[in-house]
Write a protein that binds this ligand. Sequence first.
Ligand code: CU
Length: 90
Amino acid sequence: MKNAILIATLTGLVSTSALALGTTGLEKSVPLADGQTVHIFENGKMGMEGRYGQPVFMASGASMKAADGRVITMVGNETARVGSLLQTTP
Ligand SMILES: [Cu+2]
Protein backbone atom coordinates (compact mmCIF):
# COMPACT_ATOMS: atom_id res chain seq x y z
CA MET A 1 0.00 0.00 0.00
CA LYS A 2 2.79 2.42 0.93
CA ASN A 3 4.64 1.52 -2.30
CA ALA A 4 1.59 2.25 -4.42
CA ILE A 5 1.35 5.75 -2.92
CA LEU A 6 5.07 6.37 -3.45
CA ILE A 7 4.87 5.31 -7.11
CA ALA A 8 1.83 7.54 -7.64
CA THR A 9 3.77 10.47 -6.15
CA LEU A 10 6.83 9.85 -8.33
CA THR A 11 4.70 9.53 -11.47
CA GLY A 12 3.10 12.85 -10.59
CA LEU A 13 6.51 14.52 -10.32
CA VAL A 14 7.67 13.13 -13.67
CA SER A 15 4.61 14.32 -15.57
CA THR A 16 4.88 17.78 -14.00
CA SER A 17 8.48 18.27 -15.17
CA ALA A 18 7.65 16.90 -18.64
CA LEU A 19 4.93 19.52 -18.88
CA ALA A 20 7.34 22.28 -17.85
CA LEU A 21 9.80 21.14 -20.52
CA GLY A 22 7.05 21.00 -23.12
CA THR A 23 5.96 24.58 -22.50
CA THR A 24 9.39 26.18 -23.00
CA GLY A 25 10.77 23.62 -25.50
CA LEU A 26 14.28 24.69 -24.55
CA GLU A 27 16.96 22.15 -25.37
CA LYS A 28 20.08 24.05 -24.33
CA SER A 29 21.53 27.51 -23.80
CA VAL A 30 25.03 28.38 -25.01
CA PRO A 31 26.96 31.43 -23.70
CA LEU A 32 28.58 33.51 -26.44
CA ALA A 33 31.96 35.25 -26.52
CA ASP A 34 30.30 38.70 -26.56
CA GLY A 35 28.30 38.03 -23.37
CA GLN A 36 25.02 37.19 -25.05
CA THR A 37 23.36 33.78 -24.88
CA VAL A 38 21.85 31.70 -27.66
CA HIS A 39 18.91 29.51 -26.64
CA ILE A 40 18.46 26.43 -28.80
CA PHE A 41 14.96 24.97 -28.87
CA GLU A 42 14.07 21.32 -29.41
CA ASN A 43 13.01 21.97 -33.05
CA GLY A 44 16.53 23.31 -33.78
CA LYS A 45 15.49 26.96 -33.95
CA MET A 46 17.35 29.55 -31.90
CA GLY A 47 16.67 32.78 -30.08
CA MET A 48 19.03 35.34 -28.60
CA GLU A 49 19.23 36.72 -25.09
CA GLY A 50 21.18 39.95 -24.65
CA ARG A 51 23.67 40.84 -21.96
CA TYR A 52 20.96 42.36 -19.80
CA GLY A 53 18.60 39.37 -20.00
CA GLN A 54 16.41 40.77 -22.78
CA PRO A 55 15.38 39.11 -26.06
CA VAL A 56 17.58 40.30 -28.94
CA PHE A 57 17.01 40.19 -32.70
CA MET A 58 19.53 38.26 -34.79
CA ALA A 59 18.97 37.40 -38.44
CA SER A 60 18.72 33.73 -39.35
CA GLY A 61 21.99 32.62 -40.97
CA ALA A 62 24.20 35.00 -38.97
CA SER A 63 27.34 33.59 -37.35
CA MET A 64 27.96 33.70 -33.62
CA LYS A 65 31.09 32.85 -31.66
CA ALA A 66 30.49 30.76 -28.54
CA ALA A 67 32.43 31.46 -25.34
CA ASP A 68 34.34 28.19 -25.95
CA GLY A 69 35.41 29.35 -29.45
CA ARG A 70 32.94 27.32 -31.54
CA VAL A 71 31.15 29.12 -34.37
CA ILE A 72 27.38 28.66 -34.39
CA THR A 73 25.11 29.62 -37.28
CA MET A 74 21.82 31.19 -36.26
CA VAL A 75 18.76 29.12 -37.20
CA GLY A 76 15.51 31.07 -37.01
CA ASN A 77 15.08 34.17 -34.86
CA GLU A 78 12.78 33.23 -31.98
CA THR A 79 12.61 36.55 -30.13
CA ALA A 80 9.04 36.03 -28.91
CA ARG A 81 9.87 32.56 -27.64
CA VAL A 82 12.92 33.90 -25.77
CA GLY A 83 10.66 36.59 -24.30
CA SER A 84 8.28 34.02 -22.81
CA LEU A 85 11.21 31.87 -21.72
CA LEU A 86 12.71 34.78 -19.77
CA GLN A 87 9.38 35.46 -18.10
CA THR A 88 9.02 31.86 -16.88
CA THR A 89 12.65 31.56 -15.70
CA PRO A 90 13.42 33.70 -12.62
CU1 CU B 1 22.31 34.42 -32.62
